[in-house]
Structure formats: structure tokens, C-alpha cells
Design a protein around this ligand. Structure first.
Ligand SMILES: CC(C)(COP(=O)(O)OP(=O)(O)OC[C@H]1O[C@@H](n2cnc3c(N)ncnc32)[C@H](O)[C@@H]1OP(=O)(O)O)[C@@H](O)C(=O)NCCC(=O)NCCS
Length: 178
């Protein structure tokens, strides 16, 4: 299995991967929603505000992950990990964690200081994320599950409180994602 940055020619295969994987795990409407989200992320986000990676095996994409910029009033380089998917029949053999570690290593090389995500703490705690209070860093929208607001510091420093609101990239500007 190989992990690399996605290419424009991968877009439709990536959209299909997310649609199918999330349909399998959470039903068709969630699959369609997340498939559209990744397409919008790839089409509407400026090149400095997105990192996307694919895991391939025998030339087929079996997993994918996206990181997009999260801006605060404070001048901190921060990104949001979301979404990530591993094809249903390839789950549970380390592909998801490998994609996350690979992406985080690339972000570190670019000088990114904080990575946030919004998801299952049981899974993301395996790859270094910890619960963060909105008193420390506000999410861009009201969270339906505040216990899923997670963060990790990439420079080994304590996470200092970030004042003011946060802003996500355009494709995430829908309350239903939060
Ligand atoms: C979540 C997902 C990306 C993980 O990828 P993966 O390749 O299956 O995960 P890995 O094999 O690297 O890691 C497996 C570990 O994570 C745990 N894990 C996997 N999915 C989990 C979930 N949804 N909740 C809690 N733990 C989970 C497994 O129990 C396993 O733990 P172990 O190593 O202690 O046994 C994948 O299962 C997936 O695509 N799920 C459907 C879409 C989704 O929920 N995406 C995440 C939200 S954006």
C-alpha cells in the first residue's frame, strides 16, 4: 500500500470512495452528503488551504483523507482533519491510522502547529488527539456533539487558549456538518 498526495485525476474515484464508505457505515443520505463534501472541498478550496492524500493498492484508491485550514483571530497555523475513509473491505488493518500519521507528518513539515478534528474520541485518541474545550478553541459552528471536538499540538507545546471565533473553508460552511 502506498500513500501519496491526491491528483486532480483522482477526484471522481475519491468522491466514489467517500460516498460508498459512508453509505455502508451510516446510510445512503450520509454517503451522498460526504461524497458531495469532498468534491466541494477539492473544487472550492484554494491550494494553500487543503491537503488531501490517498492510499492506493494495485492502482486502486482504498483510502483517503483531507485536512483544510481552520483560521483563528490569533495568527496560528491550524488545520482540520476531515473527512477520512477507508474502503469497507480494507478497514481494520491500519490504513486509516497510516493516512492520519502520513498527513500529520506533512503538516508538521509545513510548520502547522495545531490539528483539530470532530469525530469519535475512541478512534482519534489512538492517533494523538485529545478532547478540547470550546473555552480553549471555538469550533466554527455550534457543535451537536461537543465531546467530539478534538485537537493535537504538532510542536510539543501546550495548547494555549485561542481567543475569538474560528473560520473553516467554504465547503464546511453548513451547520449540518457540525
Ligand atoms: C474510521 C476509519 C477511517 C478507520 O480506518 P481503518 O483503516 O479501519 O482503521 P485502522 O485499521 O487504522 O485502525 C483500527 C483501529 O481503530 C478502531 N476504529 C476503527 N473505526 C472506529 C470507529 N468508527 N470508532 C472507534 N474505533 C474505531 C478499531 O477498533 C481499531 O482499533 P485497534 O487497533 O485498537 O484494534 C474507517 O473505519 C472508516 O472509513 N469508517 C467509515 C467512515 C468513518 O467513520 N470515517 C471517520 C469519520 S470522518
Amino acid at each position: 500500500m502506498k500513500v501519496s498526495a491526491y491528483k486532480n485525476s483522482d477526484k471522481s474515484e475519491i468522491q466514489q470512495l467517500f460516498t460508498k464508505t459512508f453509505s455502508d457505515s451510516e446510510g445512503h443520505s450520509e454517503g451522498a452528503l460526504i461524497g458531495q463534501l469532498v468534491l466541494d472541498l477539492m473544487n472550492e478550496t484554494g491550494p494553500y488551504d487543503i491537503f488531501g492524500f490517498v492510499a492506493t493498492e494495485n492502482e486502486k484508491i482504498i483510502g483517503s483523507i483531507f485536512f483544510t485550514r481552520l483560521s483563528f483571530d490569533a495568527p496560528v497555523e491550524a488545520f482540520l482533519l476531515s473527512p477520512v475513509a477507508v474502503q469497507t473491505n480494507h478497514q481494520g488493518r491500519g490504513v486509516g491510522q497510516r493516512l492520519i500519521h502520513f498527513g500529520i507528518d506533512r503538516l508538521k513539515e509545513k510548520g502547522v502547529k495545531l490539528v483539530f478534528t470532530y469525530g469519535d474520541p475512541n478512534f482519534y485518541s489512538k492517533v494523538g488527539f485529545r478532547l478540547i474545550s470550546e473555552d480553549t478553541a471555538k469550533a466554527p459552528f455550534e457543535l451537536s456533539q461537543p465531546e467530539g471536538w478534538l485537537c493535537q499540538s504538532l510542536d510539543g507545546c501546550e495548547i494555549e487558549p485561542l481567543s475569538g471565533i474560528s473560520r473553516c473553508v467554504k465547503a464546511f460552511n453548513k451547520p449540518e456538518y457540525w
